[in-house]
Design a protein. Structure first.
Length: 174
């Protein structure tokens, strides 16, 4: 009987020591850390890492490659809700999900590129944040593609560049 009481009492007393997270072993930023290959607790940032809240410093220059990448990523991540034309009528919306605003709403036509980048990163309303799923460069590509969609909606035929067809641009036969 006495032996049966000793074991639970021993376990109870062992559990009375300070087990708080503030007293756990840890490395300071300049301490040696044999667990890492370089032996230092201070590790370099992974490639492509961006400080939280930093809008990836600055957007890349817009060219056709960026717009094509943006169109591809837009089709994957954005079109299910926003639709391929950006009207907010994607397949998910047609099945009952709340409708996102059209990219052609006046306030979004005036919004900065940072607004779209931030919305992709952090989400907005019922939109899920895609910061962990879409790389910063791809967020800028999607933003550039959204701008191209917006500009194409209000463009006229006169705004289109003339085709390089060897000199004749009127379309009439010589």
């Amino acid at each position: 009987m006495r032996a049966a009481l000793v074991l639970p009492v021993a376990f109870a007393l062992a559990g009375c020591t300070d087990q708080s997270m503030t007293r756990q072993p840890h490395y300071g930023p300049n301490d040696p850390a044999p667990a890492f290959a370089n032996g230092s607790a201070a590790q370099p940032l992974p490639e492509g890492a961006v400080a939280q809240g930093d809008a990836s410093a600055k957007p890349p220059p817009v060219d056709m490659a960026l717009l094509k990448r943006g169109q591809e990523r837009f089709g994957i991540f954005c079109a299910p809700c926003h639709g391929y034309q950006g009207d907010g009528d994607g397949a998910v919306v047609r099945r009952g999900f709340p409708r996102p605003p059209s990219y052609y709403a006046p306030y979004l036509m005036q919004a900065s590129a940072d607004h779209f980048y931030d919305t992709i990163t952090n989400g907005f309303g019922v939109m899920y944040p895609y910061g962990s799923r879409v790389a910063p460069h791809d967020r800028w590509a999607i933003t550039a593609y959204i701008r191209a969609l917006q500009q194409s909606r209000s463009a006229s035929l006169a705004d289109a560049p003339e085709a390089e067809s060897g000199g004749a641009s009127s379309g009439a036969k010589p």
